[in-house]
Design a protein around this ligand. Structure first.
Ligand code: TMP
Ligand code: ASP
Length: 235
C-alpha cells in the first residue's frame, strides 16, 4: 500500500489517497479544538489514543454486526479505511444531559434522558455545525429517508453496545457523536470513536474522562486520554 497525496485536512485528522481507489489512509493529529475552533491547542499523543481506541471500537462493533470504515490499523497514528463518501450530518446520541444541550435548553446538567435523545447537526464549520432535523436533511438532500432510517437504527444499536461495554470499564457513556458514509451502496460507520467524540464520566466519582477536560481547562488532559485508552485495551 502506498500513501499518496493528501485529500483533506480536518481539525483532528488528515485523509490521504492510497494506490487502492477503494481505500483512504487517515492520520490522527494531536491538534485539539473546541467550540467550533474558537479554542485551540494540542494534547500530546491524542492522535495515538484516538487512532488506537477507534480501531478497537470499530473491531468490537464489527463483531456486533455494525460495519465500519476500518480496513486495518497501520501504526500508532494511521489507519487504512474504506473510501466512503461522508454524509454531511453529525449524529449525536445523548444518554445524559450535558454540554450544548444544557446551554441550549436549560435542562439540568447530569439528568438521565428518557428516552435517549438523538440529534443531528449539519457538518459545516462555516455555520458552526447547526442543529437540523429530518426535514432539513431531506430538503437539503443530505441523505435519503431510507439512509436515515439505517443511520438511526445503527446509532441506537451502537449506543446499547457502547453503554454496556464502557460500564464494564467503570465509565458511564454520557453522549457521543457519530458520522456515517456511503460505500459501495451501503451505509457504514465512519470517522472515529474516541475521548474527542464521546463523553465518559467515571462511575462513582463522575470525574470527566474525555475532551471536556480540554474544553473546560480541567487539567490532566493527556493522562486522562491515556487512562481511557488503557481501559479500552483490556477489552
Ligand atoms: P455537545 O454537547 O458539545 O453538543 O457535544 C455532544 C457530543 O458530541 C459530545 O460527546 C462531544 C461530541 N462532539 C463532537 O464529537 N464534535 C463536535 O464538534 C461537537 C460539538 C461535539
Ligand atoms: N471539535 C469541535 C470544534 O473545535 C468542537 C468540540 O469538540 O467541542 O469545533
Amino acid at each position: 500500500m502506498k500513501k499518496l497525496e493528501q485529500l483533506y485536512e480536518g481539525k483532528a485528522k488528515k485523509v490521504f489517497k492510497t494506490d487502492n481507489a477503494d481505500h483512504y489512509l487517515i492520520e490522527y493529529k494531536d491538534d485539539a479544538t473546541a467550540f467550533n475552533g474558537e479554542k485551540r491547542g494540542s494534547i500530546e499523543d491524542k492522535g495515538v489514543v484516538n487512532n488506537l481506541m477507534s480501531a478497537k471500537m470499530f473491531q468490537l462493533l464489527e463483531n456486533e454486526g455494525v460495519e465500519s470504515h476500518l480496513v486495518e490499523l497501520l501504526n500508532d497514528r494511521e489507519m487504512l479505511v474504506k473510501a466512503v463518501e461522508i454524509i454531511q450530518v453529525e449524529v449525536i446520541v445523548r444518554n445524559v444531559a450535558t454540554g450544548s444541550m444544557v446551554r441550549r435548553l436549560g435542562i439540568e446538567d447530569g439528568i438521565t434522558l428518557e428516552p435517549t435523545v438523538l440529534e443531528y447537526c449539519l457538518k459545516s464549520d462555516a455555520f458552526g455545525d447547526p442543529i437540523i432535523n429530518d426535514y432539513h436533511i431531506a430538503a437539503m438532500k443530505l441523505a435519503t429517508e431510507d439512509e436515515m432510517k439505517q443511520i438511526r437504527d445503527m446509532a441506537f444499536k451502537i449506543n446499547e453496545f457502547m453503554k454496556e461495554t464502557f460500564i464494564k470499564l467503570d465509565l458511564k457513556l454520557i453522549d457521543f457523536k457519530l458520522e456515517f458514509g456511503r460505500f459501495k451502496g451501503k451505509i457504514i460507520l465512519a470517522d472515529e470513536i474516541s475521548p474527542d467524540t464521546c463523553r465518559f464520566w467515571e462511575v462513582g466519582t463522575n470525574r470527566k474522562m474525555d475532551k471536556d477536560r480540554f474544553r473546560q481547562d480541567l487539567g490532566n488532559v493527556k493522562a486522562t486520554y491515556q487512562e481511557v485508552l488503557k481501559k479500552v485495551q483490556t477489552l
